[in-house]
Write a protein that binds this ligand. Structure first.
Ligand SMILES: N[C@@H](Cc1ccc(O)cc1)C(=O)NCC(=O)O
Length: 714
């Protein structure tokens, strides 16, 4: 059907739904698979392929997500004023697919690995290519986002309003089915090994599969081509809207004297020059955009699932008996709950509320959704308080902490000036860290003769004083001072053997030396210790987030590794990750009430020619929410994490109260009805009216030049 045709065509239906919806829903499933699948491994790619540090990786990741929610404005402008939704989706999906392919290519290390050592030789090439890929992806995914939902809505006829509401729920289910599958699959693909010259983590596969899914998404969308209802772009509507608003403000200012009668709405000051229909449409959009002002706060809390809550999970135990859950996998609870909650809400809760005679209007649902999100953060705060009880007492920025490990042959009396006395047996350690509020210390050992040595401790750090078999060379070794990342365990070895030792996956250690920390996953791990022909095997079962120093004695080979002792520098996590389920349940219930409803509301309250614009406005609230997260992260945190969670919860409660007041004064409209009424008032038939709107806009510039601004005194 020609895009210039203005009337909706009668569409083929199945069970009361337009068949074209099938293609849109499958397209959305594939696209969200592609987006979330790529996002799931993106930070790891930055961190371990491009070798960026944690801060840079996290900042670029959040900046990318924010960009993905800002580009919808561009997509909406292109769709509503130039290409129409159908062509915009096709063209921007091509850009998106090219972006995904570019991204996948940028992860092939063999392209620049001339020396075949498994790492790229030209990082600039990989960074440039991946940034280009990400920009194209952000443009594509953000650009099509407001168009796809609105285009789906356009497929419904007026008599299908019940089906239209179900469509938005099914649409949301598809988003979450796609994202759930991809967030489970792409990390597994990434963990495979692949490569031409050397075998490395398979990022090309982890990014390649989302690229393929994006191509499939495009093909599916094109396949439905003949069945879609395609509404026209209305000319440069955004430009007309801006000019009309500008004129209203200017005209109001010109007539600011009290001798001019007031007008019902400030936009009515555009009456002299602009068409009544356009003014009525702008009023509708502004009313909704005004309501959006408090909404970013919801996303600020919601998007912390991926950051703060995942970090919280790294301090918890993911041992569920039958399976082990990694901290970042906990996020998949969100789409799983969406898939169960959306049908329950739609089929059970909302109809039940309606049956009870309660008016649970969209804006009320959104307010309740915000309150649920606030409760989720209260729940997160309670969990945090439980975790804090089990966390070590880390030093403040002005303190230093010290532990002593004795690998000398006898028990030692260790005096740390001025008045710390520790009795430490051979191959043992002090019970816990001793905290100092000064850095310079002197250590004395009761050896014969007494050995005394001065040390300067690291401010805000944790260190261990290693006393080797020759105590005169005792030395400080820096310890981990936060929970190891991703729930892993940090381990190291002190070599009390008389010669160099080789330990599986570690460099050779000299006698009396201590290795740096190595991160090991939860579960049983085996290490082989070797010196020349001699070897023994040492096994240890690890939990989550602990840190150990293993002391290897000189008798290690004669007793088959039995005599290796373990010093627990940091206890394993003991609070179970299942305690996060209530907060996930609350935030997801909030999401269903807030986000699914917001999507429907944005569509239903927008005039026909500005539906994508309003969808973009809705998505922008998400971008602003992400930017707030970035700012809060930069400004620093409250000293206690639970206090920060409570602060966010209180802010959202305050915002939801403001929103409920704003919502109270909002009157729901039927844009089509208002438009018809304005047309009637002007005595125009619908088509005549639309023609006139376009003509007026075209004439607008000429009129301005010929007559100047028409000044009518009212
Ligand atoms: N519930 C989110 C999707 C999601 C899935 C997995 C995660 O780890 C986080 C979020 C959702 O529906 N978002 C809307 C969208 O359009 O993507």
């Amino acid at each position: 059907m020609d895009e210039t045709t203005k009337k909706k065509k009668k569409t083929a239906e199945c069970c009361g739904y337009p068949i074209s919806i099938f293609f849109i829903v499958v397209n959305e499933f594939c696209e969200r698979f592609s987006y979330y699948g790529m996002r799931a491994v993106l930070v790891l790619y930055f961190r371990y392929f491009l070798l960026w540090d944690d801060d840079l990786a996290t900042s670029i990741y959040h900046a990318f997500v924010a960009l993905c929610y800002l580009t919808p404005i561009l997509g909406a402008i292109i769709a509503d004023s130039w290409l129409g939704k159908f062509k915009t989706i096709i063209y921007l999906s091509i850009v998106y697919a090219i972006g995904q392919v570019t991204m996948a290519i940028s992860t092939i290390h063999d392209i620049t690995d001339a020396n075949r050592d498994g790492t790229p030789d030209n990082f600039t090439f990989h960074i440039a290519l991946s940034m280009l890929g990400l920009i194209l992806i952000a443009l594509g995914t953000g650009g099509i986002k407001p168009c796809v939902a609105a285009f789906g809505g356009d497929q419904f006829q007026e008599h299908q309003s019940r089906q239209l509401n179900t469509f938005f729920s099914v649409f949301y289910l598809c988003i979450n089915a796609g994202s759930l599958l991809s967030t489970l699959i792409t990390p597994v693909l990434r963990a495979q090994e692949c490569g031409i010259h050397t075998q490395q983590q398979c990022y090309p596969l982890a990014f390649g599969v989302p690229a393929v899914l994006m191509v499939i998404s495009l093909v599916v969308f094109i396949a439905g081509s003949g069945m879609y209802v395609k509404t026209d772009p209305e000319g440069n509507i955004m430009w007309s809207v801006c000019k009309c608003i500008g004129f209203a403000i200017k005209n109001r200012f010109r007539h600011r004297s009290s001798s001019y009668p007031k007008r019902e709405h400030w936009m009515d000051w555009a009456n002299e020059k602009y068409d009544k229909l356009l003014i009525a449409q702008i009023k509708m959009v502004l009313k909704v955009l005004f309501l959006y002002i408090p909404l970013p706060m919801f996303w600020t809390l919601f998007d912390q699932k991926g950051s703060r809550w995942t970090l919280q999970a790294t301090t918890m135990s993911g041992d569920f008996g039958a399976f082990i859950l990694q901290p970042d996998q906990m996020q998949t609870v969100n789409p799983i709950l969406i898939l169960t909650l959306v049908p329950i809400m739609d089929r059970l809760i909302f109809p039940l509320i309606q049956k009870c005679g309660l008016n649970f209007s969209p804006l009320k649902r959104m307010t309740v959704g915000m309150l649920f999100a606030a409760m989720a953060f209260v729940s997160a705060a309670l969990v945090q308080i439980e975790i804090d009880k089990t966390l070590p007492n880390f030093p403040s920025s002005s303190e230093s902490q010290l532990k002593v490990v004795n690998t000398y042959s006898t028990t030692l009396n260790v005096t740390i000036s001025p008045n710390e006395h520790l009795l430490i047996e051979s191959f043992g350690s002090s019970a816990d860290y001793v905290t100092f509020d000064h850095q310079d210390i002197t250590v004395s050992l009761n050896t014969n003769p007494v050995i005394t040595k001065a040390f300067s401790l690291i401010k805000g750090g944790r260190q261990t004083l290693i006393i080797p078999s020759d105590p005169t060379v005792m030395y400080l070794k820096e310890d981990v001072k936060s929970k190891p990342r991703e729930g892993k365990n940090a381990i190291r070895f002190v070599n009390g053997y008389t010669a160099d030792l080789n330990i599986t996956n570690l460099d050779s250690i000299e006698p009396s030396a201590t290795t740096n920390y190595t991160l090991v996953n939860q579960g049983k791990r085996d290490f082989v210790l070797r010196h020349g022909e001699q070897w023994c095997e040492f096994s240890r079962k690890f939990g989550f987030g602990a840190s150990y120093t293993f002391l290897i004695p000189s008798t290690v080979f004669s007793d088959d590794c039995e005599s290796i002792t373990e010093v627990e520098d940091m206890k394993p996590n003991s609070v179970h990750m299942a305690l996060q389920i209530p907060q996930y349940f609350l935030i997801t219930t909030g999401e269903v009430m807030f986000s699914v409803t917001g999507l429907q509301f944005s569509y239903s309250q927008a005039p026909k020619n500005m539906k994508s614009v309003l969808q973009a406005g809705w998505l922008c609230t998400n971008a602003v929410g992400n930017i707030i997260v970035l700012i809060v992260a930069e400004l620093g945190k409250l000293p206690k994490q639970w206090a920060e969670y409570l602060l966010f919860a209180s802010l959202l409660v305050a915002v939801s109260i403001i929103f409920s007041i704003m919502a109270y004064f909002y009157t729901y409209i039927d844009p089509a009805e208002i438009e018809a009424q304005v047309r009637k008032e002007q005595g125009l038939e619908p088509e005549e009216m639309e023609k006139e709107t376009i003509e007026m806009e075209e004439k607008d510039e000429d009129q301005k030049n010929e007559q100047g601004v028409k000044q009518t005194k009212i």
